[in-house]
Design a protein. Structure first.
Length: 255
């Protein structure tokens, strides 16, 4: 089966499972109303605001989140890594400014895409720019515990049956951005019932975020990387193709 045939098969499997076991509607989920304060209205004007203002707000948010992501990597107890930051069509200036503060300049490289390629194509481009044996995608709004890489790399090689990837438990964080700071409002374990990764369970729903998935380059190459035809859910498609051919270990610790 070719990679394209695999993708079509897993897409069909996904929609079939969604029809058989659709997500349950929860009536107790509250409606969240976003209120704009009077000082902001006085400074910017009445809603709706122009796209230029929203773009500026997004840029501020991105810088705050990227700064935290860089701190997450810099604090790792495992030091044998290369961090590739890919700016997918955004303004280079704020990205260059925030990445220049990374404390280990020899371990970081920055790629600016003149135009957005999309999540999957950007991920493939970043991966192609390095030669590391192990790969993981660190989104700008995520972060790790300081021992994540140490524990995941160790788990990858443990036991008589070596794995081609390791998935760890993770924590869902609810937060708000206040100026140039992030305030955490609450946390909870993400999908706490997950204790393994296999094709049956993964076909029903995506069981882990990219930041919790460390995998080998050899397996990545063999499954064909991320499918750039996907605008969304490309990581789920990649995960399905990966687990269909390779063994994924599970580290029962939120990292």
């Amino acid at each position: 089966m070719t990679r394209k045939e695999q993708s079509k098969f897993f897409q069909s499997l996904f929609w079939l499972l969604q029809k058989l076991h659709p997500g349950q509607y929860a009536e107790d989920i509250p409606v969240r109303v976003v209120a704009i304060d009077d000082p902001s209205l006085a400074a910017v004007g009445q809603w709706p605001w122009p796209r230029s203002v929203l773009a500026d707000l997004g840029a501020v948010l991105d810088v705050v989140e990227v700064r935290r992501a860089l701190e997450s990597v810099a604090q790792q107890t495992y030091g044998d890594y290369i961090l590739t930051v890919i700016n997918d069509g955004g303004d280079p200036a704020p990205v260059d400014k925030v990445t220049s503060t990374f404390p280990y300049p020899a371990k970081i490289k920055v790629i600016h895409n003149p135009k957005s390629l999309g999540m999957e194509a950007a991920s493939n481009k970043a991966i192609a720019s390095t030669t590391s044996d192990l790969i993981i995608i660190h989104d700008d709004d995520d972060s790790w515990e300081p021992t994540f890489l140490d524990e995941a790399v160790t788990a990858l090689g443990e036991g008589s049956l070596k794995y081609d990837a390791i998935v760890t438990q993770s924590t869902a964080v609810y937060e708000e951005v206040l100026g140039d700071a992030i305030r955490i409002t609450s946390t909870e374990q993400y999908m706490p019932w997950v204790e393994r990764v296999d094709l049956t369970d993964l076909g029903a729903q995506n069981l882990f975020p990219p930041i919790a998935f460390l995998f080998t380059r050899s397996a990545y190459d063999a499954v064909g990387g991320f499918d750039e035809e996907f605008r969304v859910l490309g990581d789920w498609d990649f995960n399905l193709r990966f687990v269909a051919s390779y063994r994924i270990g599970f580290l029962k610790r939120p990292l």
